[in-house]
Write a protein that binds this ligand. Structure first.
Ligand SMILES: C[S@@+](CC[C@H](N)C(=O)[O-])C[C@H]1O[C@@H](n2cnc3c(N)ncnc32)[C@H](O)[C@@H]1O
Length: 251
């Protein structure tokens, strides 16, 4: 992740990596955005400079990243279209007062994102959209969302700094869901699409699951659950590669 301040050359529109670009694409036109864990504020500044959003609240739990965000906003001339809040998750944001419509939580672990979503009542308000990009443990995040009544409306796969990530678009509807283990890990929406990133993404996860099985076997631990997950991923990959590009061949 690039933490350098914006240079004059990209003053008005910071370049977004694939992950943040995918997150930005899920933000609605004219949204009022909260960017939780904003760090450099690249995402809200890009959205403002693209004319996509009305206002952004940038928050961070740490003082230094928030100062970085303020400096970048001033350099880009957007200080009057942004607020900056030092807080944990949405705890100090007063989202009702600000009329936040779209909440971004990107660049943290899946469990931390789940905690941040779960600790705020506001994330369950009808019409409020959450755009989430876990750097790790996406299965834990999807499990939390499924159990807690959040519908995953869509997902996108993205590449950044040689790694692949899923970006989730979700909204609360109160219905509990029971995804399969592979759906938790890879995302049902991603499995259902023909994104060229899907096969390398799923193969990477398959390799991790296989390494985990090997490690557990060597440690004399049970591997049944991971083997079921491995077999499910293999089955999905087999289907996807039926004709080499993710579609089944015509009979
Ligand atoms: C890796 S950076 C991600 C920056 C940006 N969102 C992105 O995706 O590129 C993670 C940021 O989240 C902040 N953070 C970590 N835990 C947090 C929490 N509980 N609430 C708010 N911010 C948090 C960190 O201080 C850090 O600035």
């Amino acid at each position: 992740m690039n933490h350098s301040p914006l240079s004059p050359a990209n003053l008005f529109r910071p370049a977004l990596d694939g992950r943040l670009a995918a997150a930005a694409s899920f933000v609605r036109e004219n949204a009022v955005v909260a960017d939780i864990g904003t760090d450099h504020a690249h995402l809200p500044l890009w959205l403002l400079s693209a004319g996509k959003i009305r206002f952004a609240v940038a928050s961070d739990i740490n003082r230094a990243p928030l100062e970085r965000a303020k400096k970048n906003a001033a350099a880009a001339g957007f200080s009057d279209r942004m607020d900056f809040v030092l807080c944990d998750g949405l705890s100090g944001l007063e989202p009702e007062k600000r009329g936040i419509t779209d909440i971004l939580v990107c660049g943290m672990g899946g469990e931390l994102i789940a905690r941040i979503v779960g600790e705020s009542e506001y994330t369950r308000r009808p019409g409020v959209r959450l755009i989430l990009c876990p750097m790790s443990l996406p299965d834990k995040l999807r499990a939390y969302l499924a159990e807690s009544g959040f519908e995953i409306l869509d997902e996108k796969l993205a590449e950044a700094a040689g790694k692949r990530y899923a970006v989730l678009l979700t909204e609360y509807d109160g219905l509990r869901r029971t995804p399969t283990p592979a759906e938790l890990l890879l995302g049902a929406a991603n499995i259902g699409k023909d994104d060229p990133l899907f096969i390398p993404f799923a193969e990477e996860w398959l390799a991790r699951v296989e390494r985990k099985i090997k490690g557990r076997r060597e440690g004399g631990l049970s591997t049944a659950e991971d083997e079921r997950l491995r077999d499910e991923i293999k089955e999905i990959l087999k289907e996807k590669t039926a004709d080499g590009n993710g579609r089944h061949q015509a009979i």
